[in-house]
Structures are given as structure tokens and as C-alpha cells.
Design a protein around this ligand. Structure first.
Ligand code: SF4
Length: 280
């Protein structure tokens, strides 16, 4: 784990961050946003795009745990509400109802609305969204460096966006990024500072993706009703994945066992899903 993180620190600074125009550009962007927001509407009527995209205070329980266990790191996260575009494989993998989007604080309407607002912003004004994301990441990295901690980002807390296609990991090469994905063709194609874990489902139509993932050394994340730590699944050793995602993502060819958390799914959703593996 440390090796990858240190490598990402040793690279040259990205051009965006190095520019003296960075703060000026952020200010211009904010003014443009205020103007743009005055004409933004949705089915609920007038609304503002979110002022802040990133959570840099580890509001998510797993991120808090990961940050605590890994010492001098700080993790920024982006939580958007999933849909067919943000999670292109969620229908095939049949994971949407059981997704952690509705676990814990995700049950609160205000939290759900905030995630939906970020998702809408990404779809409706992608260039502005990405510019704001770049500004926030740039500021986050500066703060981390001032405090002598490694900046880390998880931008797909409830989504599966190929951030490498937006050049985000490439532009911020001193940031270490990690995510779970169901998009098998992304595996092995992300920059060195962006590590992925592949998320399993036993749905029949998803098995080509699973087979492809198993040909790589990428960790395979599997949701179990009870995590059978130490046993074998798909010829890989099962480890306890509920402690630290930074350890998980750099664990190599193992099964990262994650215990199913209560979500909005009812018992019939759970019974009919092949996203959760029954260990017994
Ligand atoms: S975030 Fe993951 S589990 Fe949730 S809907 Fe998207 S692909 Fe499925």
C-alpha cells in the first residue's frame, strides 16, 4: 500500500495546480456559477448547484475508518446518487436496490437530495462540474501538503464514473485515488495513482465481466451475508474488507469480503438478488 502511495507523491506537480492563475480561475468559476444558478430549474422548480462537491471531513463511516487506520492520510470523497449513466453496469449486476446509497445517513431525505443535486450537476453542466471538482481537489491537496499528510480521493462512493476519461488522476498525479468498479474494461487501464477494486455479482449476464476481472491481480470485492474470512471463494482467499479500503485496494488477487449493510431493499429484493453471496 505504502509503495503506491509514495510513488504518487514523487511525481511532478500537475499543470493546473502549478499555475498562478489557479486562484483567479476559481474565483471566475464561482462568479460564473452564481450567474448560471439563477437560471437552473428542475421538476421541483428553482435550485442551486451544490456549492461544495467534496466531503473532506470523512463524513462516510468507512472512509473515516480507513483514514483512521492508515495514519498520515486524508481522504476526500464525492457522493453522487447512482443512476444508469453513473453506474452503467448496475442493471446487469442487479445491485441498485442493495446499494449502500440508502444505508446509514443515506436514509435521510436531506442527504439523498444533496447526492441527487450533485448527480444532476454532473449531467447538466459537466464542464462546470469538472472545473469545480478540479478547484476543490487542488485546494484539498494544498491543505494536505501544508499538514504533511498524503492526499487521497474516492470520487465514486455511489457511482462508477471513469474519472481517467476526464483526466482527473492524470492532472493530479500527487493525489492517490481509489474506487470500486463494476466496469471490467477499466481494470489495468487507469494511471498508476488510481487503483481499482472489481465489484462482484453472481448475476448470469455479468459473468463475462467477472471472468475478465479474475484474469487480473485486482482485488475482487464481494458482499456476503456473513464474511467467511480465511476461506476460499472463486479460488481466492477471503479477507475482511470492512476495515480499510486503502489496505483492500492494494491487497492483490484476494476476495475483499464486505458484510451486507441494511439498505432500503426489502426481504424480497434481498432474496432475489445475486449481488449478496450467502456464505453458508
Ligand atoms: S454504486 Fe455500485 S452498488 Fe451502487 S448502484 Fe452503482 S454499481 Fe451498484
Amino acid at each position: 500500500m505504502r509503495r503506491l502511495i509514495r510513488q504518487s507523491f514523487s511525481k511532478p506537480s500537475p499543470p493546473f495546480k502549478a499555475s498562478i492563475w489557479g486562484p483567479f480561475f476559481c474565483l471566475l468559476l464561482m462568479v460564473a456559477k452564481v450567474l448560471y444558478n439563477t437560471i437552473s430549474t428542475n421538476e421541483k422548480g428553482f435550485y442551486m448547484y451544490p456549492k461544495k462537491l467534496l466531503d473532506t471531513y470523512a463524513g462516510n463511516l468507512k472512509i473515516k475508518k480507513t483514514q483512521k487506520l492508515n495514519g498520515a492520510v486524508r481522504i476526500a470523497s464525492l457522493s453522487m446518487y447512482p443512476d444508469d449513466i453513473l453506474c452503467p453496469w448496475s442493471k446487469v449486476a442487479n445491485c441498485r436496490k442493495l446499494c449502500l446509497k440508502s444505508a446509514g445517513l443515506g436514509r435521510l431525505e436531506s442527504v439523498k437530495d444533496a447526492r441527487i443535486a450533485k448527480k444532476d450537476y454532473y449531467h447538466e453542466a459537466p464542464e462546470m462540474f469538472l472545473d469545480q471538482l478540479r478547484c476543490e481537489l487542488s485546494n484539498f491537496i494544498k491543505v494536505c501538503k501544508r499538514n504533511n499528510v498524503q492526499p487521497v480521493a474516492r470520487l465514486n462512493v455511489f457511482s462508477d464514473v471513469a474519472w481517467e476519461r476526464h483526466q482527473i488522476p492524470q492532472e493530479f498525479s500527487d493525489l492517490f485515488m481509489y474506487d470500486y468498479t463494476k466496469t471490467a474494461h477499466r481494470l489495468g487501464k487507469t494511471p498508476e495513482n488510481y487503483a481499482l477494486m472489481f465489484s462482484y455479482s453472481a448475476e448470469p449476464e455479468y459473468q463475462d465481466s467477472v471472468r475478465k476481472a479474475l484474469t487480473t491481480n485486482v482485488p475482487l470485492a464481494v458482499v456476503f451475508d456473513q464474511v467467511p474470512v480465511g476461506s476460499m471463494f472463486l479460488d481466492r482467499e477471503v479477507i475482511d474488507g470492512d476495515q480499510s479500503d486503502l489496505l483492500n485496494v492494494q491487497a492483490g488477487p484476494v476476495v475483499v469480503g464486505l458484510k451486507y449493510k441494511i439498505t432500503e431493499a426489502d426481504q424480497s429484493d434481498i432474496d432475489s438478488s445475486r449481488f449478496i453471496v450467502r456464505a453458508a
